[in-house]
Every structure is written in structure tokens, then in C-alpha cells.
Design a protein around this ligand. Structure first.
Ligand SMILES: [Zn+2]
Ligand SMILES: [Zn+2]
Ligand SMILES: [Zn+2]
Length: 276
């Protein structure tokens, strides 16, 4: 599998719109890996995961052809993960009819928020389909086995983590996610899953405090160690920290990367690609 990280920042991005903290000022000055847009992933150019307001810009930055991607998993409907206003642009007025139907997969709020977009009308449904999926069930999506799990991230809806498997490879997506639940550990054990890659929510970087709905790098290390101890992690597994906030206790990508590397993890940056 090839996984591309389109955006690796938390909800406000780095630099944040209104912020003059040293992290944001550094990103404004230096750009590069210190500049982080909002979340987005593309797996094998086949399945996209989450669709932030920066998807449009990232399509152009990283040469992603959203017009040829027909499957989009939505972890939850926080604005930095789901921007349905641009999904309704799928209609032929803007695509000349060349794009295949885009199917969105997620909880029931994915449909509700799409239908609430001002540009939405019934005609859009000729080009965009919505499939409501439930946690702890496995779905075949474009030949991939996708299993969503509940994560305690937001109060009004079920936010999802995803286990994605194909041809003996397993990828675990824990973004906008807190520590995996006991059920996730149990599932991995019972199904003898050997993970080849994990994307971990690392919103709070090197901070020691643990906050609701997200993780820091110490929690990422802890979950990696537990999967390893349980025999659910390949020896060459890639464990990637992403969704990083300006409020993370570190001032640069390099700073967080040093901590990550010392612990066998990788810090994502916008445009990074991993293969496993
Ligand atoms: Zn987020
Ligand atoms: Zn800032
Ligand atoms: Zn969120």
C-alpha cells in the first residue's frame, strides 16, 4: 500500500489563521515541513480518507486527481475532516461529467451535513453517493476490507478509526482519535492482525498532559508498544505521528522528529508518502 499525507496539521493548521505564537511565526517564515495544512490522506490513489477545506489546495500541491478517486472515508464531521461544500462540486457543471460517482462512507452526520450545504440539491446525488457505515463491521470498499471502530473523540457523534486491509497488508488509521479502546486491542488479537503501518493522532506533540479526544507522542509510543507486545505489529511497521497542533510543546518539525526518531516513530509532513 502507498499512503500519501496531504495535510498533517490539526484543525487550525500551522500557521494558524490568527496566531502569532513562535511555532506559527516560524512556519510563516520558513514554510517547508513546518507548514501544515488540514488533514487528508490518499491510499493507493484509490481511497481518500477525510476531506478538509485544504483538499482543493493539496490536490494541486501534491498532484492528487480527486476526479479519479471514487471512495472517500470520513472519520467524523469536524470541519477539518469534512468539507462537503467542495464535495457538491462533483456535478458535471464543474467536471464535464468525467468523474465517476464518489461514494462517501461515514456516520449518519456525513449525509446530514452534505444535504445542508447551500449548493446541494437532488441532482448532486447522481454524482455523489452516501453510505452510512457502522463501527465494528467490516465493509468491502474497492477490494479493501475496511473496519471502523469507535473512538472517544467527539460528543455528538461516533467518530471512527479505520482498520484497512488488503492482500495481507494491514493499516490502522487513528487520527482525531484518543487511545484505542480495549475492543480494538481485542479485535487485533482475535483476528491475528499484524499491522504494517499506523497513523497516530499526535495533536499534542511532546506535551505530557493527556487531553480529551486526541493524543500526544507518549500515547502514540504507548499504543505502539502495546500492539507490539500483543504480537499485532510487524517488525518493520511504520508508526507515523500526524494531525499536529501549534500547541504541541515543540517549535519545529525537526524538533518533534528528533523525539520521534529516538523512539522509533516518524513524524509526517505535508506531501509525505509511505509504502508498506
Ligand atoms: Zn482534526
Ligand atoms: Zn500558533
Ligand atoms: Zn475532530
Amino acid at each position: 500500500m502507498k499512503l500519501k499525507y496531504l495535510g498533517t496539521g490539526a484543525s487550525e493548521g500551522i500557521p494558524s489563521l490568527y496566531c502569532h505564537c513562535p511555532v506559527c511565526e516560524n512556519a510563516r517564515k520558513n514554510g517547508g515541513k513546518d507548514f501544515r495544512t488540514r488533514t487528508g490522506f490518499v491510499l493507493d490513489n484509490t481511497i481518500a480518507i477525510d476531506f478538509s477545506p485544504d483538499s482543493y489546495v493539496n490536490m494541486n500541491r501534491w498532484g492528487v486527481d480527486f476526479g479519479s478517486i471514487a471512495h472517500l472515508l470520513i472519520s467524523h464531521t469536524h470541519e477539518d475532516h469534512y468539507y462537503p461544500d467542495d464535495i457538491v462540486m462533483r456535478t458535471p457543471a464543474s467536471t464535464k461529467g468525467i468523474a465517476p460517482v464518489l461514494t462517501l462512507y461515514g456516520n449518519e452526520f456525513v449525509r446530514k451535513r452534505l444535504y445542508a450545504v447551500d449548493f446541494f440539491n437532488e441532482y448532486v446525488l447522481n454524482f455523489v453517493a452516501v453510505k452510512t457505515i457502522e463501527c465494528n463491521k467490516t465493509y468491502d470498499i474497492a477490494g479493501y476490507q475496511v473496519t471502523p471502530f469507535y473512538t472517544n473523540h467527539m460528543r455528538r457523534e461516533d467518530a471512527m478509526e479505520f482498520l484497512i486491509q488488503k492482500d495481507g497488508k494491514s493499516y490502522l488509521h487513528l487520527v482525531d482519535s484518543t487511545d484505542p479502546s480495549e475492543l480494538v486491542y481485542q479485535y487485533m488479537k482475535e483476528h491475528h492482525v499484524v499491522l504494517n503501518a499506523i497513523s497516530c493522532d499526535c495533536t499534542f506533540g511532546s506535551l505530557k498532559d493527556e487531553f480529551y479526544g486526541h493524543m500526544n507522542i507518549w500515547q502514540n509510543i504507548r499504543l505502539r508498544d502495546r500492539f507490539k507486545a500483543n504480537g499485532n505489529l510487524a517488525s518493520d511497521a511504520l508508526v507515523v505521528c500526524t494531525h499536529i497542533s501549534h500547541y504541541s510543546g515543540v517549535d519545529t518539525h525537526e524538533h518533534l522528529s528528533k523525539i520521534a526518531e529516538a523512539n522509533g516513530l516518524i513524524v509526517a509532513y505535508d506531501g509525505m508518502e509511505i509504502e508498506f
